[in-house]
Write a new protein. Sequence first.
Length: 247
Amino acid sequence: MTTAEGWQPVQRVRTYEQVMSQIEERILDGRLKAGDRLPSERDLALLLGVSRPSLRESLRVLEALGVVDIRRGGGVDGGAVLLSAPGPGFVNLLKLQLALGHFDSTDVLDTRVALETWSCSEAAYRSTDIDHTRLASILDDMEAPGIEAHEFNRLDTAFHVTIAESTGNTLTAHLMGSLRVAIHRQMIEAYDRLDDWRRTAVTVRQEHRGILQAITDKDAAGAARLVSEHIHDFYKIGNVGGTYPGH
């Protein structure tokens, strides 16, 4: 209810949200960092003046978000530790929000094209012979006789994520991996809609080879152009959804 002067009643904040807010504040201002261990459940509950069930609730939320790792048991190995590597929280959140239609299909396509064109362009400069060998091995596996659509799609994902990893930019690689996991069902459904997915797979493999060749030749512009065309072509053939100006 809003008063005539525009003031609104203050909403009661749940205890676990206040606990999370204090932990988040310390992470953001640098008082807590990756690898740090929070005080024991008993000590932290006393410091914050909250019940242990409320504290556990906040820690479970942070664990689901991939911020802390709750290690069972007492002693030096137990308790809550701030994760030093990205957890599955972002992937799971993105996957659910995409499934619920929180993002327009064109926005998803635009984001994927932006990530992948940048990755391919940078890979042309930064990737190594070892990266090229890994990518070629993935493509060889995709040509295995009798390969099924699910495995083909898994290797397709691995190819694109490996390109992102070869840039040396861990954030881009994580974002790419998260996005591909989030749209996995979408890609599987696209293959199911094809009249003959194996015929389409031949084109996909040829396009992948062209992208890898451009990266190996250090042709950044060519690699970016090829991956953009590759993504748009498949989205149109598989009726995945999403439109892009000029395509």
